[in-house]
Design a protein around this ligand. Structure first.
Ligand code: CP
Ligand code: NVA
Length: 311
């Protein structure tokens, strides 16, 4: 355990792909432990600050990180990227070098994944991905914690993701691959996950035996699932595509009829924010199968574990 946690110290958290199944399990175990006792005597960030850089809006990520850093004894710094010199052309590399002189870790939410990678390359402190156009690994960690709380052992579960092959779908593929959860994605034609992400996740899955399948039939994907997950049809930055996407995604709404194809005790998951009447029917997200607010809460516990182990 000590060896493993030492192995996480100083690392970036840009993608679950970069972590072994044992390291992901350690993160989840610590998250569950911190959730249990609210980390009453755990203040590893005392005297340290953590920068939270946002290029996009946020409710959950911002608040859960601010509260997480505070509960761990540290000082969170919310930084709207538009208000930094970054917004006036200072390079990502220089921003990374400067932030590293003040803070013990940097969380970034941005558009291009390459920008988060560049920040990490030039920072001398851990960089955490708080969502890029490609990945949302903090969300996936909280989702695994939620699934484990609801279903127990993760290995052998089946999670069906219905919707856009986006950042959330990509991180769920890696999450399944690392924990032995079979992931079935059903997407509208033209909105498949990135083939390179699928290839890398399938490579990861060889270690755990998880099966990762991608297709276009929601009913087939959901059949026998332990969890059904969906996300918005239009992600941040894609607003100009909203109308076209609405038409393409309409047959992919998660409603009670689709949920009835999953196991009778299946849970419904959504990273939030949700649009009732679009990707999910109100009867599902507000119904007894929904675990969406546990997911939101678990962002806090998962990120506390992440900060405690990386910093
Ligand atoms: N799920 C999630 O990341 O929510 P926010 O966009 O509110 O941070
Ligand atoms: N796919 C969504 C997730 C929001 C948390 C987006 O990128 O906007």
């Amino acid at each position: 355990m000590t060896g493993l946690s030492d192995a996480l110290r100083g690392r970036d958290f840009l993608s679950l792909h970069d972590f072994t199944p044992a390291e992901v399990a350690l993160l989840l175990d610590l998250a569950a432990q911190l959730k249990g006792d609210q980390g009453a005597d755990c203040h590893p960030l005392r005297g340290k600050a953590v920068a939270l850089v946002f290029q996009k809006p946020s409710t959950r990520t911002r608040i859960s990180f601010e509260v997480a850093v505070g509960q761990l004894g540290g000082q969170p710094l919310y930084l709207n990227a538009a208000d930094l010199q970054l917004g006036r052309g200072e390079t990502v590399a220089d921003t990374a070098r400067v932030l590293s002189r003040y803070v013990a870790a940097v969380m970034i939410r941005t558009f291009a994944h390459a920008e988060a990678e560049e920040l990490a390359r030039h920072a001398t402190v851990p960089v955490i991905n708080g969502l890029t156009d490609r990945l949302h690994p903090c969300q996936a960690l909280a989702d695994l914690l939620t699934l484990r709380e609801r279903k127990g052992e993760l290995a052998g579960l089946r999670l069906s993701y219905v919707g856009d092959g986006n950042n959330v779908a990509h991180s769920l593929l890696f999450a399944g691959a690392k924990t032995g959860v079979d992931v079935r994605v059903a997407h509208p034609p033209g909105f498949a996950p990135d083939p390179e992400v699928l290839r890398a996740a399938r490579e990861d899955a060889r270690e755990t035996g998880a099966r990762l399948e991608v297709g276009t039939d929601p009913a087939a994907a959901v059949a026998g699932a332990d969890a059904v997950y969906t996300d918005v049809w239009t992600s941040m930055g894609q607003e100009s595509e909203r109308e076209g996407r609405r038409a393409a995604f309409r047959p992919y709404q998660v409603d009670a009829a689709l949920m009835s194809r999953a196991k009778p005790d299946a849970v419904f998951l959504h990273c939030l924010p949700a649009h009732r009447g679009e990707e999910v029917a109100a009867e599902v997200i507000d119904g007894p199968a929904s675990a969406v607010f546990d997911q939101a809460e678990n962002r806090l516990h998962a990120q506390k574990a992440l900060l405690a182990l990386l910093v």
